[in-house]
Write a protein that binds this ligand. Structure first.
Ligand SMILES: NC(=O)CC[C@H](N)C(=O)O
Length: 190
């Protein structure tokens, strides 16, 4: 199994380290020709969604990536990655890959403006640590989206078929639950 990490901007290395711990081979997508390599799954990291979205177009990788995801490539978006996948964003008139049937609210989670940390349950896997950094939350989901995690009544984790998103950053804690969950999605698809 090979997992690519979109490496245009943001928290890339932490995801690679998590996948290393799970014994999964990785490489970084930095330019169009990297998309020619074989990969079974893709991680879109946290960072700034507007910057990443712009770079997808500037580097001419937007169309290929969108097509791969629409054709079933397993993808895991954290934070800005969630915003890149969202079909709609309440407080931004720009969307990006727009492949997942969720509406997101940017820079909006809870009362905290900056970062915060909490524990909450993730699907049927028990409580896990969750680190939020200027995070979005999911304000609504389509019928075929499964809610995996909520914090203070807001949706912070969800899955729609091959697409997994978290508003928090599982790569910033030692807990491997969410990355394992993603690897299981890839296995289902292989
Ligand atoms: N940690 C993050 O990825 C923050 C997301 C960022 N606030 C955005 O709107 O893109």
């Amino acid at each position: 199994m090979v997992v690519a990490v979109l490496s245009l901007q943001g928290a890339v290395i932490e995801h690679i380290q998590m996948l290393d711990k799970l014994g999964v081979e990785t490489f970084e997508i930095r330019k169009k020709s990297d998309l020619d390599k074989h990969f079974d799954g893709l991680i879109i990291p946290g960072g700034e969604s507007t910057v990443q979205g712009k770079l997808l177009h500037e580097l001419d990788i937007y169309d290929t990536l969108k097509e791969k995801i629409e054709n079933g490539l397993p993808v895991f978006g954290t934070c800005a990655g969630l915003l890149l996948l969202a079909k709609s964003i309440d407080n931004d008139n720009k969307t990006h890959l727009a492949t997942m049937d969720i509406t997101a609210m940017r820079n909006a989670y809870g009362r905290q403006l900056g970062s915060f940390y909490t524990n909450s349950s993730f699907d049927d896997k028990g409580e896990i640590p969750m680190t939020f950094i200027r995070a979005p939350y999911i304000s609504s989901v389509g019928d075929n989206v499964k809610v995996l995690a909520t914090v203070d009544g807001k949706i912070v984790g969800a899955r729609q078929g091959n697409q997994l998103v978290t508003a928090f950053h599982p790569e910033l804690n030692d807990d491997l639950t969410v990355h394992k969950y993603f690897v299981d999605i890839i296995k289902e698809n292989m």
